[in-house]
Write a protein that binds this ligand. Structure first.
Ligand SMILES: Cc1cc2nc3c(=O)[nH]c(=O)nc-3n(C[C@H](O)[C@H](O)[C@H](O)COP(=O)(O)O)c2cc1C
Length: 335
């Protein structure tokens, strides 16, 4: 027996545990610092727009907010003026700094053009300074086609429920307009199907809470940032969590999100398959928000919240947000 093993054997359990805690706290701090340093360096949090990815990320978030507004059934004319001004200014900056080639940049211009044309068609006068700013950006874009949020019928939304995966997957889109209820049995069927999701070492950390009581749904959605204008139409809200207990080493610190994310996608497909309207809702929450959610209903302490999914019945007619996807060629690198 070497000295290390001998010391270990002779040491009282309490001391041994203290040593263990110290050791793993040190490792944990180093690992999380590594993650945190990378995040602070490369995300938009600290340094803004010193590369195209950061500015484009900002632009996408802003044009998506405008798209969502344009697709609302009760669209409020003149909505989102401040976001639109930021968006146009960021597009002008992007054009000057990084050119006009990026697909998502071009699409942002189309959303801005749609905003302008929708208001023109409705004979709603946008303020002159806003029009001037938009015109400055779109000056040389004579051929630009405004984007168009998608008018849908229930029938066409569900047209490919039993088609090939290629068609089925192309037809799934986030729904933000619900009408009527969803049977709990159908959600259970979807969860049962989602159980096919792969997970690291098959540890299956995902857990599913289905909120059906209206007051509970209201409270849960109040602590989520991203359901304004449609959350209140939800008939059920799913809160997807993942259990931390099965993870064995600090190397696995982010695996809970990977497994939870894969499960979430499987569940979204399963909900679509069972013809349940669904919209994923981010859980990009501060510790305070996370604790608040845990006060609203009991979430096992060892589970990490991954996201929520607003669910509801599919209306006969509704609008979908276009949410333009990049061509695969823009994101693939064969090495
Ligand atoms: C992790 C995640 C979080 C999301 N959070 C929200 C949200 O808070 N509010 C919302 O309206 N949409 C949210 N969405 C939906 C996205 O906006 C949507 O998936 C994206 O625009 C692509 O559109 P599609 O789902 O129709 O393909 C989220 C999606 C994901 C995957």
């Amino acid at each position: 027996m070497n000295v290390k093993e001998l010391v270990k054997r002779l040491m009282p359990e309490v001391v041994l545990n203290k040593v263990k805690i110290l050791k793993f706290t040190k490792i944990s701090n180093r690992f999380y610092k590594y993650d945190s340093d990378r995040f602070l360096k490369h995300s938009n949090v600290l340094t803004k727009w010193n590369n195209p990815e950061k500015l484009l990320g900002q632009i996408i978030v802003e044009y998506h907010a405008i798209e969502k507004g344009l697709a609302m059934t009760n669209m409020r004319l003149g909505f989102g003026k401040n976001v639109l001004i930021d968006l146009v200014n960021h597009c002008i900056l992007f054009k000057n700094l990084f050119g006009t080639d990026r697909e998502q940049f071009k699409y942002a211009l189309r959303v801005i053009a749609e905003y302008k044309s929708v208001h023109r068609n409705e004979k709603f006068d946008l303020e002159d300074d806003l029009i001037d700013l938009i015109d400055k950006l779109l000056l040389k874009e004579e051929d630009l086609e405004p984007s168009e949020q998608i008018s849908m019928t229930k029938e066409s939304y569900l047209e490919h429920t039993y088609s090939s995966f290629e068609k089925f997957s192309s037809n799934r889109k986030s729904l933000r307009m619900f009408e009527g209820s969803v049977k709990i049995e159908d959600i259970e069927k979807a969860v049962s199907l989602a159980q096919n999701a792969p997970s690291a070492c098959n540890r299956q950390p995902s857990r599913v809470y289905v909120l059906q009581e209206k007051e509970l749904i209201k409270k849960a959605l109040e602590v989520q940032n991203g359901n304004r204008g449609f959350g209140h139409l939800s008939d059920k809200v799913i809160v997807l969590t993942a259990e931390l207990g099965g993870y064995l080493s600090m190397n696995e610190r982010n695996d809970v999100y990977v497994n939870g994310g894969i499960y979430a996608m499987n569940l979204l497909y399963a909900l679509h398959y069972y013809q349940i309207g669904a919209c994923p809702l981010n859980w990009c929450a501060s510790p305070e928000q996370d604790l608040k959610l845990r006060e609203i209903f009991e979430i096992k302490e060892s589970e990490t919240v991954i996201l929520m999914i607003a669910c509801g019945g599919i209306p006969d007619n509704f609008k979908l947000v276009t949410s333009h996807k990049d061509k695969y060629k823009n994101i693939i690198k064969v090495i």
